[in-house]
Design a protein around this ligand. Structure first.
Ligand code: GDP
Length: 319
């Protein structure tokens, strides 16, 4: 078996949160193999779910990736720091009333430092790099933009931040549309553009297409940058059969008029990705996907444990 293709040293990953971190931490783990030590890993993260809360700037997707690479992530929940406590949140509830967004005591340290540095005028990109270096992470975690933009979910009760929709309302409201508020003013982070330009391979991680991948690409210049590298861009479907593995992707895709299927992922990604990796169980869709002008590969893309994660990461590196 070929273990690693020489010359494939620079890997850029476009990432959301819970699905993406499984793949990102496996790639990072492979980097410690003797034959892969030259690998430079850059993870370009969605910023559309960033939110100000209690005067603190919280970046859920960035934090999930940072904690995942640092080995601090609570694997069970898929977010936050493992073995965290929630004393501060309990006290906030006493002082402020019910809290719907979970923030652990250890997790808060990240938000406090980030917010403090933002208030000192530092850019999110630099702050993220600093936090990674403090945690000993030998990879670049790059916000897609330093600017604030928000994925808003349009529901019967008006439009709301996606965290409010998903966490506070438990994703129960009907969704009529999605908007990326602030997108017209958001500028791509130059490190993100450079990582894409220089990459030997770009991997679009399994992530919510509507609330993680498209808001990255909606930032001025980013979609064009990935399009220019289409020949080295591979995407992994977050949909297996007619369902996402987790999260609200089905509701969001339907709201945009897409069927919930890997074929729709091909429709959404074919202009910037030359290959789509779908699950073995979706093999029957290969011809339909190929007809859309995108190469298609099948393997087991469900990552239930560390072994699955590393197997898929290896497969993508070798593809
Ligand atoms: P995100 O994590 O910020 O992108 O937001 P969500 O929690 O909504 O989405 C996670 C996405 O990753 C969903 O669309 C899932 O279907 C996908 N996902 C999660 N775990 C896996 C997995 O093991 N394999 C694949 N292929 N997709 C996954």
């Amino acid at each position: 078996m070929i273990l690693y293709v020489k010359g494939m040293d620079k890997i850029a990953v476009l990432a959301g949160g819970t699905g993406s971190v499984k793949l990102a931490r496996a790639l990072y783990r492979l980097k410690s193999n003797s034959d892969m030590q030259n690998m430079h890993l850059s993870i370009v993260c969605n910023v559309g779910d960033n939110v100000w809360m209690h005067g603190l700037y919280i970046c859920p997707d960035i934090d999930t990736i940072v904690y995942g690479l640092a080995g601090l992530l609570d694997r069970e929940r898929g977010w936050g720091v493992s073995n965290d406590t929630f004393n501060c949140l309990a006290q906030l509830a006493k002082l402020e009333g019910e809290q719907w967004f979970m923030l652990g005591d250890k997790d808060l340290a990240m938000h406090i430092i980030r917010s403090m540095m933002l208030k000192e005028g530092k850019r999110l990109c630099k702050i993220t790099g600093y936090l990674c270096s403090r945690l000993g992470i030998d990879a670049r975690v790059i916000p897609a933009s330093d600017d604030h933009l928000e994925t808003r979910i349009v529901t019967d009760r008006g439009d709301m931040h996606l965290q409010e929709f998903w966490v506070k309302h438990k994703g129960m409201l009907d969704v009529h549309g999605i908007a990326y508020k602030g997108i017209e003013h958001a500028r791509a982070c130059s490190d993100a553009l450079n990582a894409i330009e220089e990459a030997d391979k770009i991997i679009v991680a399994p992530a919510n297409p509507v609330s993680s991948i498209l808001p990255i690409l909606a930032i001025d210049g980013l979609r064009d940058a990935v399009r220019r590298r289409r020949d080295v861009c591979i995407a992994v479907s977050p949909i297996i059969g007619s369902r996402p593995v987790s999260g609200p992707a089905a509701k969001y895709m339907k709201a945009l008029g897409y069927d919930v299927s890997p074929v729709s992922i091909a429709d959404m990604y074919r202009d910037f990705a030359s290959s789509l990796v779908i699950d073995e169980s979706d093999r029957v869709l290969m011809d339909e996907i190929k007809a859309k002008g995108i190469d298609v590969y099948t393997t087991d893309i469900l990552m239930d444990d560390e072994e699955d994660e590393v197997r898929l990461a290896r497969y993508l590196l070798e593809l």
